[in-house]
Design a protein around this ligand. Structure first.
Ligand SMILES: C[S@@+](CC[C@H](N)C(=O)[O-])C[C@H]1O[C@@H](n2cnc3c(N)ncnc32)[C@H](O)[C@@H]1O
Length: 425
């Protein structure tokens, strides 16, 4: 029998493995277009939990401030460093720690230099030293990458850019959805809607009242709106694209008879864990919705479609750098196909809620307009103001568009588009 390979002890001085992992994360996002969260396990292999946390924090903060870090680097180098040069990555990692994360300057550079072993260490050391001597600072709030700013400006105007820059500056608060709003656990925090508690971004959550009993789960307030719009359970609902299951839990808690469908087995495993922890139940189906269909029409469908996820840039700043127009177009096409299939499975008089966590009109407003133009068996069912948090109003057409500037004083909101439609009788 082959013995497993022993894990090689790191030759690196303390502190360097976390920076190497941060480098791997940034490389995955910026050079290979992968999602930061999806790479965490691979990039953090063999690291202690603290170092994994540090690697994630360095990578995420770098992604929040990338255009500003690069502007500093470009201002201090005579010949521009290529975008993918190791020296640029090492400098970004050293600078973000020194200028945004409060790492002492000597530690920030000492732990970054081994990342350019065999490369231009002198240059990295020199550029860092020059910037520190000049008293370089990063602007507050950070600057959005140009392609994102141009796209969002065209869609939403000046104010959105200001709001998004303010929103990307800090990690967002943690929102909890409560299983039973009437028997809320004792958790200190602000409640912006029934069944909701908002905590500080850095609040430790596993020790909170009700965790072991499954009294709540983490879910952004905006992400909780689509399931809220289906109200209390009135029969059978299909939760399509359900994993990891925040909305499945809400629907089950509201009394619906839920079938949760998703193509990803690993994400569905998390959904099943969530059901077990909260003691809620749903039928769980692993299937590709482009092939699967239900045995009979249902009373309601929630389609939380796969999308560019640009609306959750506060939590996932990687989307600011890896989402290109081609991905948005690809996602919009998939959403249209899923929406058309789902539409056929709602009984006459039943409800279809369509949602995406995107700030791209192609995945929201334009998607809906195209769907309604093709499907006159559906009409928009206007969302009422009392179905939304105070300070968030439905759009004049009765759909919901949450934007990062909304509820800014209370910690802001992720960007979602939500439409509720009813199938004609
Ligand atoms: C926005 S996420 C869903 C989040 C989930 N509704 C929640 O509240 O936790 C989109 C999901 O769509 C799933 N998905 C993408 N393409 C799919 C397909 N063809 N069939 C089924 N699920 C799909 C992905 O696996 C992913 O879990």
């Amino acid at each position: 029998m082959r013995r497993p390979e022993p894990v090689k002890p790191s030759q690196d001085p303390p502190g360097v493995p976390a920076r190497r992992a941060a480098l791997r994360l940034l490389d995955a996002v910026l050079r290979r277009g992968l999602a930061l969260e999806a790479e965490l396990d691979r990039a953090g292999q063999g690291l202690a939990p603290n170092d994994r946390g540090l690697a994630h924090a360095i990578a995420a903060e770098t992604l929040r401030r990338l255009p500003d870090l690069d502007a500093l680097i470009d201002g201090a180098t005579q010949r521009p460093l290529p975008d993918d040069a190791k020296a640029r990555f090492a400098l970004r990692i050293a600078l973000v720690q020194a200028l945004a994360l409060g790492t002492p300057h000597h530690a920030a550079i000492a732990t970054a230099l081994p990342l350019v072993e065999g490369g231009p260490r002198k240059l990295v050391h020199g550029v860092f030293g020059t910037l520190m001597r000049q008293g370089a600072t990063l602007p507050e709030p950070p600057t959005l990458p140009d392609p994102v700013a141009l796209r969002w400006h065209a869609a939403w105007g000046d104010q959105l850019i200001e709001d998004a820059e303010r929103a990307v500056a800090v990690p967002p608060p943690i929102d909890l959805s409560l299983r039973d709003a009437a028997a809320a656990p004792d958790i200190p925090g602000a409640s912006l809607m029934p069944g909701h508690v908002r905590l500080d971004a850095r609040a430790p959550i596993t020790g909170l009242d009700g965790y072991a009993e499954g009294g709540w789960w983490v879910q952004d307030l905006a992400a909780s709106l689509p399931a809220r719009l289906l109200g209390v359970g009135k029969g059978r609902v299909l939760d399509l694209c359900a994993a990891p299951g925040g909305k499945t839990l809400q629907l089950a808690a509201a009394g619906w008879d839920v079938t949760a469908v998703d193509v990803s087995e690993s994400r569905l495993a998390r959904l099943s864990e969530n059901l077990a922890r909260t003691g809620l139940s749903a039928e769980v189906v692993t299937a590709d919705l482009l092939k699967w269909r239900p045995a009979e029409p249902v009373d309601a469908i929630l389609l939380d479609a796969p999308c560019s996820a640009t609306g959750i840039f506060r939590r996932h700043p990687d989307v600011l750098h890896r989402v290109r127009p081609s991905l948005i177009a690809e996602m919009a096409e998939l959403q249209a196909r899923l929406l058309t299939r789902a539409a056929a499975w709602v009984r006459p008089g039943g409800v279809l809620v369509y949602a995406t966590c995107s700030l791209e009109p192609k995945e929201g407003e334009e998607q809906l307009a195209a769907f309604l133009a093709e499907h006159d068996e559906y009409t928009l069912d206007s969302v009422r103001p009392d179905e939304l948090p105070e300070g968030v109003a439905p759009r004049p057409d009765g759909t919901v568009r949450t934007l990062p500037g909304m509820l800014a004083e209370q910690g802001g909101l992720d960007g979602f588009f939500i439409a509720r439609m009813r199938r004609r009788l």
